[in-house]
Design a binder for this molecule. Structure first.
Ligand code: SF4
Length: 347
């Protein structure tokens, strides 16, 4: 399947990712030859509409962060195509790539590591403006002050250094750094995962508000489905380098069509203590992306697995309107789990 198949290709699409592949070579031997490949992203396709938030979720090591980084060409792609605002990102020469990068920003999980401890916050936020030669020094200062206010910090903070801020404040600085470039797309790479729960919702609400104010499009990457549920219009679920489900948020949570998605949803706590949800515990670890299982990559952990699952990789296809999944038995996902001998148990 191609990105043009989901959702329909149109001017509404800001970014279209088609069959994205990213392998990392493993070197070995005296001559440091490539002896194997880590198949971090292995044929991922999706599109994101202008102004929407697409959440990308999955366990650590599923390839979601590599997907985000490769789209921005922070990693060199092994294969596939990315069209951003009508331009081919992977074919862009370095001069055009610089302009594209202005429109495609990223917010990292740990903003502290991306902030130089010897540089003031004002200089860090203005760095992109300097690189792209935007505005006079006076205009840059005014812009930085404006951005600090937009993310809920005081303009006088621009004279301070990163260590003077809390984790939540540093993430606000990371958002200001991205926002100052007036981007069209922001890849939010686990932006709240390192924050206390009480701060997480503040930062998520800030991202939502800024999206409305600036007309931003987000690719929101997280391992926590409840965080993604909070902010996304549509949600994509990744497993071992592949997209296994993609749907509108409500459809995905109400009617998951992949067993892995059902297991992830079952792990979300319900805030009402009188309601108890059966949690599906998947057996075993995520297999190695160096040598993924045959057929459906999820089959060693799937309670629905049958012979065909071990032999044939299920196609990623539209199971209901706008609801895509890669599973031979997507109509059986909501059936009760077998009592024993299954690859997953209930808790
Ligand atoms: Fe499970 Fe088979 Fe569906 Fe894979 S294709 S998720 S193994 S039922």
């Amino acid at each position: 399947m191609t990105a043009s198949a989901q959702p329909k290709q149109s001017k509404d699409m800001l970014i279209e990712v088609d069959n994205l592949v990213k392998y990392f070579p493993i070197k070995g031997g005296l001559l440091r030859r490539t002896i194997a490949q880590v198949k971090a992203v292995d044929g991922v396709s999706f599109a994101v509409r202008r102004g929407e938030t697409l959440g990308l979720v999955g366990e650590s090591g599923c390839g979601k962060t590599t997907t985000g980084r490769t789209i921005l060409r922070l990693e060199q792609p092994t294969g596939g195509k990315v069209i951003f605002d009508g331009k081919d990102v992977f074919a862009a020469p370095s001069s055009q790539l610089k302009a594209l990068r202005r429109d495609m920003q990223i917010i990292f999980q740990d903003p502290y590591s991306s902030l130089d401890p010897r540089v003031t916050i004002g200089e860090s936020i203005a760095e992109g403006l300097v690189i792209h030669n935007l505005g006079s020094p006076k205009e840059r200062v005014a812009k930085v002050r404006q951005m600090l206010a937009k993310v809920g910090l005081h303009p006088s903070h621009m004279q301070r250094f990163p260590h003077e801020f809390s984790g939540g404040q540093r993430q606000r600085i990371g958002i200001a750094r991205a926002l100052v470039m007036e981007p069209k797309l922001i890849v939010c790479d686990e932006p709240v995962s390192a924050l206390d729960v009480s701060i997480q919702s503040q930062v998520l609400n800030l991202l939502r508000r800024l999206q409305g104010e600036f007309g931003l499009t987000y690719l929101f990457i997280a391992h926590n489905l409840s965080v993604v549920e909070h902010i996304s219009d549509r949600v994509g679920v990744m497993y071992l380098g592949k997209l296994v489900e993609l749907a509108d948020r409500e459809d995905l949570f109400r009617d998951p069509k992949h067993p892995y998605t059902r297991a992830l949803i079952s792990a979300i706590p319900i805030p009402d203590p009188t309601i108890r949800r059966e949690r599906i515990i998947l057996q075993g670890d995520v297999p190695s992306p160096v040598n993924p299982p045959s057929g459906c990559r999820f089959h060693p952990r799937c309670w629905l697995a049958r012979d065909i699952c071990r032999q044939v990789d299920p196609p990623f296809e539209e199971k209901a309107s706008g609801h895509w999944a890669a599973c031979h038995f997507s109509d059986k996902v909501e059936e009760p789990l077998p009592k024993s001998g299954a690859a997953a148990t209930l808790a």
